[in-house]
Write a protein that binds this ligand. Structure first.
Ligand SMILES: [Zn+2]
Length: 152
């Protein structure tokens, strides 16, 4: 198996994070793992310096409540299945309760990055829902919903 200098992986990861819209000061790259046998890349990020969070419903400042591990499938990098993982803060709004903060790389409730969704939407313009669902390992109903009601 070919070896890849660790510095190269981190340069790749930095470029990837930039393309995800992740500012260096807001999120910290904790770890990059590349599994050549499985053909996968995983990026682990965590919140950087403390920032003032706001309720996504009312915009009022909301204190940090806890955090939860989450992951999102990203576009393949060099044919490797690429996943972004993060410990995502949840905040407590006095009016709207506990909720996850908004993230720059994904839509609320999605398990894919914006880049991955854009790739799926591009394919849906020219291929059947069944073919796209198989290509991206999605439930058929989800692919159909993305086609019929594409996110903004
Ligand atoms: Zn609120």
């Amino acid at each position: 198996m070919a070896t890849v200098p660790t510095d190269s992986i981190h340069l790749l990861a930095r470029a990837l994070l930039g393309s995800l819209g992740i500012a260096d000061e807001a999120w910290h790259l904790e770890q990059v793992s590349l599994d050549a046998e499985q053909g996968s890349i995983e990026l682990f990020v965590s919140p950087g310096r403390p920032v003032l969070h706001r309720c996504h419903r009312c915009g009022e400042p909301a204190g940090t409540y806890d955090s939860r591990p989450r992951s999102w499938r990203h576009t393949d990098v060099w044919g490797y299945a690429t996943t972004l993982r993060a410990q995502v803060p949840r905040v407590r709004c006095a009016v709207h309760g506990v909720q996850q903060i908004d993230l720059p790389w994904t839509r609320r409730g999605s398990r894919r990055t914006r880049g991955r969704e854009a790739e799926i939407l591009y394919w849906l313009r020219g291929a059947s829902v069944r073919r796209v669902a198989r290509r991206f390992d999605l439930p058929w109903a989800l692919a159909a919903r993305l086609r019929d009601d594409p996110p903004e």
